[in-house]
Design a protein around this ligand. Structure first.
Ligand SMILES: [Zn+2]
Length: 64
């Protein structure tokens, strides 16, 4: 049986370095999309991922 709709939601993770560095071009923001279980993960997710714009691993935070 399929789980009730709305438990697993798609979220977007965005590079925090790209967001805080305003001198960079606004188009260059690394984003990852993933999904999470809303019931198990209520807080905002933070994952370290490679950002091609920063050319290093940075913290990617969930955005709405
Ligand atoms: Zn970045």
């Amino acid at each position: 049986m399929a789980a009730k709709k709305g438990v697993r939601i798609v979220i977007t993770l965005e590079c925090t370095e790209c967001r805080t560095n305003t001198e960079k071009r606004s188009s260059g923001v690394s984003r990852y999309t993933t999904s999470k279980n809303r019931r198990n993960t209520t807080a905002r997710m933070e994952i370290k991922k490679f950002c091609p714009h920063c050319n290093t691993h940075t913290i990617h935070k969930e955005i709405k």
